[in-house]
Design a protein. Structure first.
Ligand code: NAG
Ligand code: NAG
Ligand code: NAG
Ligand code: NAG
Ligand code: NAG
Ligand code: NAG
Ligand code: NAG
Ligand code: NAG
Ligand code: NAG
Ligand code: NAG
Length: 531
């Protein structure tokens, strides 16, 4: 184990899972970039899709200049699509208040779907509390007829303008610097569209949090149509990150597939897809590009353990999963292991990936590890996609975790009855773990937690004072047990169960006098999400 992590566990002596964020939240702000789609005007069929994590979730959508609509109620696992007013589609460059504010009483995930004629793009909308103040602008892919300098005209002809950034403000007055010298002031919930003109400086720096979209109104040229292309940028990160590139993304396009890298806001690189090495390490932002698809890559540090993937009606939709090749068995869809995945190796890495078709809704989770999951769609021959919404970053063998389990070693040594109260006062229970699988899971957790000064702990099992029978506090039957040799003794040897944490003793149990002073293990089960 990494030394710094060990120190953390020693000091904390408590496990509440990782603190890293997921894609769920209560407040969102969404913008809908312009889509030329055809060279004659047409209305978009834009949508937002919302999934609730809890029952009785009240969701409110507020269009820029309207009063908020009455709240809509969603239940746990429910997904609903809301059509977006055609007037919300952005035009040209400059300022606008055409933003959609989504608020909710409980955690939800939000995906934006932009659709006009045959052109479709989707985006994962991050909750506003996870947006950043700094972003790295990726280099621009070379697209014939769109970005080759001689094609670019900065007039009113938007389909021949450069790539754009859409900078969407959150709830405070904001000042945003784009590149070296362009500063813009934004009202709350206002946005500005800015051309990406030069390669000099590749950062967006704001006083308060903003969302940044990167794309073009007309980057997919095909038979006199031209589709929108865009991706949501992740907040800047100066740390060295690992990005894994599933080879299926480059299939049938191996000479037209690239990774667009922006590092530390100053260096940009356009890497051709490498058939021998499907790992890119960089301190910055990485976006996969193939004609029609800009896909923000998920760095290894942001891998999650549970994702939700939904279908888009009338389109083929897929989940693209990237996982450690020795841990593919842990990938589940709902209650079942993933059915018949065909794993493909990522060259030069320990990872594999698979592309699986998705029915109405898939809750894709891993029992013991983290992984990356992308939502991908295909319409005609064009791909679109985005990182799938992360529900959790804490793997658990029981399923997709909404609130991780809590395992705590008490910091006082008291009798069994007092231990019961000690745990209850902390909103926890003296641990009951009747099943063998949960026992070995908890032993693993305790190994991470114990500071080796605690040698024995009370657990939530004892004899009934009426019958002398052993029982668990949570009422489940006593089946798998881990008694020490010669244990349990008689009623006179003890009525309460003490577990050994001594090295080499395999967590064995013994019956002891309930009044003896000992530490204890307090526990709270995880809250699981089922779609
Ligand atoms: C957006 O709204 C604010 C506040 O109502 C207003 O001051 C500003 O001019 C608006 N911006 C645009 C581009 O209309
Ligand atoms: C919502 O999700 C955040 C993490 O994104 C979590 O900290 C919080 O407890 C969740 N809130 C509810 C009400 O579940
Ligand atoms: C910003 O810098 C560019 C060159 O990097 C220059 O052409 C332009 O005039 C500058 N704009 C302002 C407002 O200073
Ligand atoms: C911008 O940078 C990219 C990648 O580094 C390069 O391919 C492109 O030619 C540059 N464009 C200009 C106008 O310098
Ligand atoms: C181009 O579009 C036109 C009109 O939609 C259609 O008739 C034609 O078959 C298309 N050509 C190709 C090569 O797809
Ligand atoms: C590659 O082409 C084959 C045959 O046309 C098609 O079935 C497959 O979906 C394509 N793969 C990708 C990733 O586009
Ligand atoms: C993949 O999993 C194996 C087995 O758990 C582990 O030893 C290895 O370090 C993992 N590889 C990566 C890159 O995480
Ligand atoms: C997951 O299960 C759901 C419900 O059974 C099904 O509709 C969906 O296609 C499955 N997804 C995957 C990726 O296997
Ligand atoms: C999938 O969604 C469609 C339309 O929303 C619905 O009619 C159908 O019953 C759903 N199928 C399942 C298996 O939930
Ligand atoms: C070890 O844990 C016990 C009980 O939680 C606590 O009293 C003690 O201070 C801890 N020791 C160290 C070195 O953290």
């Amino acid at each position: 184990m990494f030394p710094a992590l060990l120190v953390f566990f020693l000091l904390a002596a408590e496990s509440i899972g990782t603190l890293a964020e997921d894609s769920t939240g209560l407040n969102f702000i969404v913008a809908f970039p312009e889509n030329i789609a055809n060279y004659y005007p047409g209305d978009p069929q834009n949508k937002v899709r919302i999934t609730a994590m809890n029952d009785n979730t009240q969701v409110t959508l507020q269009w820029f200049n309207n009063a908020p609509g009455g709240p809509d109620t969603l239940n746990k696992g429910q997904t609903r699509e809301y059509p977006v007013d055609v007037k919300m589609e952005l035009r040209k460059t400059g300022f606008s208040n055409k933003t959609l504010k989504i608020t909710s009483t409980k955690n939800i995930t939000v995906q934006a779907i932009n659709c006009k004629k045959t052109s479709t793009q989707t985006a994962l909308v991050m909750p506003t509390d996870q947006l950043g103040t700094k972003y790295f602008i990726p280099p621009i892919p070379n697209i014939q007829g769109t970005t080759v300098p001689s094609d670019i005209v900065t007039t009113d002809v938007t389909e021949r303008a450069p790539f754009k950034l859409v900078i969407v403000n959150t709830d405070k007055v904001n000042h945003v610097t784009v590149g070296n010298n362009q500063t813009i002031a934004l009202h709350p919930y206002e946005l500005s569209q800015v051309w990406v003109r030069d390669n000099a400086s590749r950062t967006v720096q704001a006083d308060n949090a903003v969302a940044v979209l990167f794309g073009h109104t007309c980057a997919m040229k095909d038979n006199c149509t031209c589709g929108q292309l865009y991706a949501t940028l992740p907040p800047a990160n100066n740390e060295m990150l690992k990005f894994y590139i599933p080879p299926i993304l480059a299939q049938n396009a191996s000479d037209k597939a690239f990774v667009l890298l922006s590092e530390r806001g100053s260096i940009t690189r356009v890497l051709a897809f490498n058939k021998d090495l499907q790992l890119v390490e960089a301190a910055g932002t990485a976006i996969f590009y193939r004609p029609g698809l800009l896909l923000t890559l998920i760095p290894e540090t942001d891998f999650g353990s549970c994702y939700v993937v939904n279908t888009v009606p009338d389109m083929q939709t897929f989940a693209l999963i990237v996982v450690n090749k020795s841990l593919t068995d842990g990938v589940h869809n709902g209650t079942l292991p993933l059915q018949n995945p065909r794993w493909q190796e990522l060259k030069g890495t320990e990872y594999v990936s698979t592309l699986v078709a998705v029915g109405n809704q898939s809750v894709i989770w891993h029992a013991s590890s983290k992984m990356a999951v992308y939502f991908l769609g295909k319409k005609d021959n064009a791909w679109f996609g985005n990182p799938a919404p992360v529900i959790s970053k804490t793997p658990d063998f029981r399923g997709c975790v909404l609130a991780p389990e809590v395992v705590k070693i008490a910091d006082v040594a008291v009798g069994w009855r007092e231990s019961l109260k000690y745990c209850n006062d902390k909103g926890l229970n003296l641990i009951s773990f009747p099943k063998a699988q949960l026992q070995s899971h908890i032993y693993g957790k305790i190994l991470q937690l114990n500071n080796h000064t605690v040698q024995e702990v009370w657990i939530g099992m004892r004899r009934s004072s009426r019958t002398g029978e052993w029982y668990w506090l949570n009422q489940e039957p006593v089946s798998a047990t881990n008694w020490d040799e010669g244990e349990p003794g008689t009623i006179f040897d003890g009525m309460c169960v003490l577990m050994s944490l001594e090295t080499g003793k395999d967590f064995v149990w013994s019956g002891k006098d309930c009044c003896m002073a000992a530490y204890s293990i307090c526990y709270k089960e995880p809250v699981l999400f089922w779609g």
